[in-house]
Design a protein around this ligand. Structure first.
Ligand SMILES: Cc1cc2nc3c(=O)[nH]c(=O)nc-3n(C[C@H](O)[C@H](O)[C@H](O)COP(=O)(O)OP(=O)(O)OC[C@H]3O[C@@H](n4cnc5c(N)ncnc54)[C@H](O)[C@@H]3O)c2cc1C
Length: 497
């Protein structure tokens, strides 16, 4: 039996003493088993992967499409779709492929990457028409020039707009629900190659299925999306017990309707695991003259990224980071920053550069009033795993009134966790076990979990979190009897329903 020193304790991810035995073992005590192949091991233009790096998938064909929405694009997509249907292979549309469970991939399928740069704003109606594969950094760049900003998007800017709708992503602009709530209409190519327009008043059923429907209803070609005026925003910081975060955030949003952006962070050190929270809210500054162009994160964030990476296996660095975030950040952060600069953050700032580890995200949604129970669940489950939790960000998501596969049937606190996982069999098994335990505890709180990440949930957990899945599946089968639109999410959970 290994002798436990303070150092070996710190090498694990444990929180407070005496919760679980496994935390006292260093991960080195367990054989790592096979290392997962990296993309370098499988060099082929037809082997695609997603952001997990754990899903190398051999496709039959990969096509990158750059055409603006219009007849040329429709003809190109239709021809690919017809070919896939005739060959009885799956057809998957994607953009940045930052999902993590092969939701954007299908073995032996036709993979189409949409990568376009086309946007037409309509300032009178406060909307813009945008190509499905446009990335958010390009959207921000264009809207910034005319004084506007995306209303809701993810916290990073690399993703595609139609993908954002297809996973119904959310971000930290408040008080909105997920991105789908800001989409007025879209055009979709269905399984037979026909184009349809969907909105809340036209083909409303299809609109509700496509929002958060992971590309299983068809290929989106373009969308009509609401925008918000860009603004200079001033932050306010508040430290509080983590368990009170949900109620405090809801109260802050109720008390001050001027709040435009809000998020929270938690202490992830061993001794203070999820004890303390930092809440940051942004309201419009008094001075709204001459907004500077959207900048992105700059030096501070890149320097923070360096410290961020050194947290793996080091509780000392986790403690340092929390200290900086709590005490130094509020002092050195700019007094005001534009909304567009805040959301203009590339994923690359988080890049780990370690070929034996990969970043895996998790996300859970619970009512603000049950958030304290969620904190307890995380304190019970996460420290006793071998996973390295590097970050947790908390957001507010209002009720999703539209999508069939909704994860926020009521206002929810979204807890986004970023783990660094060893790319080995033991890392994968431990991650699956921990994920299932966290989902169980979240379901007990009437919460749910997010679908674009690893497919570790059990069938029963999926069906409990997404209770309308059987209805989604039977309507999908009617729309797409040949099942041309399918991916790993379909194969794993829905094909058997
Ligand atoms: C670092 C990081 C940070 C993240 N932050 C957030 C966050 O703040 N909030 C949040 O909610 N999520 C977040 N996510 C999850 C992210 O929103 C999803 O993984 C999203 O799908 C990524 O967009 P993508 O362009 O990479 O999508 P892809 O992985 O390319 O596609 C996702 C799904 O959309 C479908 N799809 C794509 N294009 C089309 C189309 N034209 N027509 C029909 N279906 C289509 C695909 O088939 C697939 O099922 C984050 C992920 C990462 C890796």
């Amino acid at each position: 039996m290994k002798k436990f020193t303070r150092r070996s304790l710190l090498l694990g991810t444990g929180a407070s003493v005496g919760v679980a035995v496994s935390r006292y073992l260093s991960n080195e005590d367990i054989p790592h088993g096979r290392w997962f192949p990296s993309p370098e091991d499988t060099p082929s233009k037809l082997v695609l992967n997603d952001a997990s790096l754990l899903n190398p998938t051999k496709v039959a064909k990969h096509l990158v499409v750059n055409d603006d929405p219009g007849e040329k694009l429709v003809t190109a997509l239709r021809s690919e779709l017809n070919e896939a249907r005739a060959a009885r292979r799956p057809f998957v549309a994607s953009a940045a492929r930052h999902s993590m469970g092969a939701q954007s991939l299908a073995e032996g399928g036709s993979a189409v990457t949409l990568d376009q740069n086309w946007l037409e704003p309509d300032t009178a109606s406060g909307t813009y028409r945008v190509a499905a594969g446009m990335r958010w950094n390009q959207v921000i760049a264009q809207l910034d020039k005319i004084g506007f900003s995306p209303k809701v998007m993810q916290s990073n800017n690399d993703f595609g707009v139609a993908s954002t709708f297809s996973v119904n992503a959310h971000g930290w602009p408040v008080p909105w629900s997920a991105f789908g709530s800001t989409v007025r209409s879209l055009r979709l190519m269905q399984a037979d190659g026909e184009m349809v327009t969907c909105s809340r008043s036209e083909n409303a059923d299809l609109f509700a299925m496509t929002m958060g429907g992971y590309g299983l209803t068809g290929v989106i070609t373009d969308l009509d999306v609401e925008m918000e005026r860009n603004a200079r925003l001033t932050p306010t910081y508040e430290i509080m017990p983590a368990k009170s975060f949900g109620i405090k955030l809801v109260a802050a949003l109720k008390d001050d309707p001027k709040i435009q952006m809000a998020y929270g962070r938690l202490d992830v050190t061993i001794d203070g695991f999820f004890d303390e929270a930092l809440m940051i809210t942004y309201t419009p500054s008094a001075d709204q003259q001459e907004l500077p162009p959207a900048s992105g994160s700059g030096f501070l964030s890149k320097a923070a990224g360096h410290v961020f990476r050194r947290q793996v296996g080091s509780d000392r660095v986790k403690g340092l980071r929390w200290y900086v975030e709590k005490h130094i950040g509020p002092r050195v952060a700019p007094e005001a920053v534009t909304r567009n600069s805040l959301i203009n953050e590339p994923v690359a700032t988080l890049d780990d550069g370690d070929p034996k580890r990969t970043d895996i995200l998790h996300e859970y949604f619970v009512s603000p009033y049950r958030f304290a129970g969620f904190i307890e669940a995380c304190q019970d489950v996460i420290p006793s795993s071998y996973q390295q939790l590097l970050n947790i960000t908390l957001r507010y998501v209002d009720t999703d009134k539209d999508s069939v596969l909704a994860y926020a049937g009521e206002p929810r606190i979204a807890a986004v966790m970023l783990f660094s996982q060893e790319m080995s069999v033991r890392g994968e098994h431990d991650m699956a076990r921990m994920t299932q335990a966290l989902i169980d505890r979240t379901l007990e709180l009437d919460g749910s979990y997010y679908l674009p990440y690893r497919l570790h949930a059990t069938d029963a957990q999926f069906q409990r979190a997404y209770s309308r899945a059987p209805e989604f599946v039977s309507r999908k089968r009617a729309l797409d009897p040949g099942l041309v639109f399918r991916n790993a999410l379909w194969d794993r959970y829905m094909a058997k329903l």
